[in-house]
Structures are given as C-alpha cells and as structure tokens.
Design a protein around this ligand. Sequence first.
Ligand SMILES: NC(=O)c1ccc[n+]([C@@H]2O[C@H](COP(=O)([O-])OP(=O)(O)OC[C@H]3O[C@@H](n4cnc5c(N)ncnc54)[C@H](O)[C@@H]3O)[C@@H](O)[C@H]2O)c1
Ligand SMILES: O=C(O)C(=O)C[C@@H](O)[C@H](O)[C@H](O)COP(=O)(O)O
Ligand SMILES: [Zn+2]
Length: 364
Amino acid sequence: MTNTLKVNLDKDSYDIIIDNQILNNAGQIIASNLNIGKKILIISDQNVYPLYGNSLKKSLEKEDYQVQSHIIEPGEKSKNNAELNKIYDLLLKSRFDRNSSIIALGGGVVGDLAGMAAATFMRGINFIQIPTSLLAQVDSSVGGKVAINHPEAKNIIGAFYQPEIVIIDINLLKTLKARDYNTGLAEVIKYGLGFNKDLFDYIENNIGEIKEIKPEVLIKLVYICCQIKSNIVNQDEKEKGVRARLNLGHTVGHAVEALTGYNEYTHGEAIAIGMVYESYLAKKLGYIKLAEINRLKKLLTSFNLPVNLPASISFKSLITKMQTDKKVKNNKIFLAIPNSLGDTIITSDWHKKYLKEIIKKAPE
Ligand SMILES: NC(=O)c1ccc[n+]([C@@H]2O[C@H](COP(=O)([O-])OP(=O)(O)OC[C@H]3O[C@@H](n4cnc5c(N)ncnc54)[C@H](O)[C@@H]3O)[C@@H](O)[C@H]2O)c1
Ligand SMILES: O=C(O)C(=O)C[C@@H](O)[C@H](O)[C@H](O)COP(=O)(O)O
Ligand SMILES: [Zn+2]
C-alpha cells in the first residue's frame, strides 16, 4: 500500500510518496501529478546511476519526457561550486527553460547539489526528489534545504527551495553499503532522541529487523521520520524558530565534518558524535539523564556509529568551528539539545567551559 504524506506550504505544498518498488512507475507518478515541461535533467552519482538510472529514464520516456543525465562523483567532495557550475553549463547548453525540471536521483549529496541548481538556475526551475539513500529518504529529500559546502563551513551557501514531489522507493536501500545505511540510521535515531520516544524504543527493540532492511520496518521508519520532519517544516519552513530543533547533534557534527576535511566521517557519523557530546552538555545543564545518554550511545554503537570525538580535534578547534554555525546570533551559539528522550530544546544559555570539561574527560 502506498503511503502518502503532505508538506503543507500553501502554493509550495507537495506530496511525499513512500512505497516498495515504485521506481519503474516514477514517470507515470510525475506525469499524473505535475504539470511540467518535457525537458528533464536527472542528476545522479557514479554509484547510483548505473543501478537505477536506466529504469528511471525509461519510465520517464514512456511519458514522452526528453531526458538527459548528469553524473557526479559520489561523496561530500562533490557538494561544491565547481560541480554546480558544470550543471549550469549543461542546462544552458541544452536550452533548459523555466518549465524544465531537475530530478535528484541519489543520496543527500546529489539532492542538496541538484536542489541548489534547481533553486538558482533562472531563479528557480522544477525540482523533483527521488532519494536513494536511507539518509535522503528519512531526512534530506524533505523540507527544501539545498546547499553546497565551503571548505571552511558545511552547507554555508544554500537556499530553502521545496521540491514539487518526493518519490521514495525503499527497495533501493537494498544496494546501499552498510556504512551508508548506518549513516542514515544516525538521522533516524536523531528523530527518536529529539522528537519521538516511541520511535527511539522501537529502534532499540528492532535492531535485527532494521539490520535486515525488512520492507515493512523500513516503510514504517521512513514514514515516521518524514511525518516528524514535515510537521516541523509546516510550522517553520525557513528556520525562524522550531525548525532549528532538527539540527540536534549538528552544531558539533558539522564542525567535526569541516575539521576533518569532509572525508573522514560521513554526515551521519559526525552527527552521531554530535548527538553524544551535545547530550553531555544537556546533562550538565540539567536536562537529559545519564542513563538516557547511555542508551543513546549503546544504540549508536550497535549500528557501528562513532560516539567519541577523534583525538585530532581539540576543544579550541571545535569551539572555533562551531562559531560558523548558522544558528549563531550575536556571537552566541544556539544549540538544539535533548531535554529528555523524545524532546528537544534550543538554548544559548550554556558555557564553553562545560564543553571543555566534557572533551577533557573523554566520555567513555
Ligand atoms: N537538505 C537536508 O535537509 C539534509 C538533511 C540531512 C543531510 N543532508 C546532507 O546529505 C548528505 C549526506 O547524504 P547521504 O548520506 O545520502 O550521502 P551520499 O549522497 O554521499 O550517499 C552516500 C553513498 O551512498 C551511495 N548511494 C546512495 N544511494 C544508493 C543506493 N540506493 N545504492 C547504492 N549506493 C547508494 C552514494 O553513491 C554514496 O556513495 C550530506 O551532505 C548532508 O549534509 C542534507
Ligand atoms: O532540515 C533541517 O532543518 C535539518 O536541520 C536537517 C539536518 O539533518 C540536515 O543535515 C540539514 O542539512 C542541516 O541544516 P543546516 O542548516 O545546519 O545546514
Ligand atoms: Zn543532518
């Protein structure tokens, strides 16, 4: 049974369609739901396109779309200005117009980069998300944050630009490498830790089924995460308030990614570390309990996710990098931290020395 969620943003509202084995119907889903021009550019990467590019292309061509593809090197290093320029060159050369569309077929890197191209080319052309990694299915394909990195800071050049539709086929997850699957689980655990205690309990109680990628379990996880995210985005599309809670673990996590050159940790691994350190900070401030942090660490570890900062990152380098976070206001670093399991608060009322003490103690 197809599960459909709606992101409600007036004229920019869209459906999230979640099912098993629907990639071959993507063309028909697009043709019957969207009024778009015939030209489509699929942006994908060198791992994903050989697996799924042809099926998508065929299903679009069946509906008379004229399809071109642009394939990037996989990984965070492609989320940059040079790659974005290559896409603009292609769109111009192929005479794409305002009615044309870009489809992101890939993980969060492809989605963020393709979304930046769609948001900025001619000040905005149609954008369709077909996420293929777990992380992209539970998080990055929904909500309209699109971005590229700067060598100094993560996602620092970007926009809020909503897709026309999100088509999620959980069957695609079967070909993910274990490390990439686990990185998506870090965001799933974030939704449990920060927004839904029942989800946290469910993950703890179904570790085996989750590792086996059981379709009914994955549909449930993807549905709950997309539901949590769309409810928040519905209230605060442009992160003026409540949306900042989705950044739980990310102030430390993004700093870890940037300080390690975007190639030592995946995004999910970095935010796993971020969730642990930000939780210790929350505990010092009187929020989450040690027993809950220990549950978090155990759960992350059971999916091979890291829970300790690497020795190469000092307190000083971490705090300096955290100052580049987008949640900094008047030099104050606002953090999204767990209040208790299933609830997040935003605060700037914390002292840097707490983080210094936590790092010095090296939480085991
Ligand atoms: N926009 C947002 O709201 C948002 C939210 C969370 C994360 N992000 C961003 O997303 C990125 C991380 O996303 P990611 O973890 O998907 O990384 P990714 O896009 O690099 O994908 C991870 C790896 O999995 C491969 N892959 C993807 N789907 C596959 C499939 N079905 N079968 C086989 N291999 C597949 C990719 O080729 C890549 O090697 C980061 O840049 C992060 O900042 C954005
Ligand atoms: O959608 C959001 O809002 C999020 O914060 C989701 C995060 O998981 C995601 O990594 C996002 O890209 C981080 O946003 P940023 O504004 O801190 O770059
Ligand atoms: Zn994230």
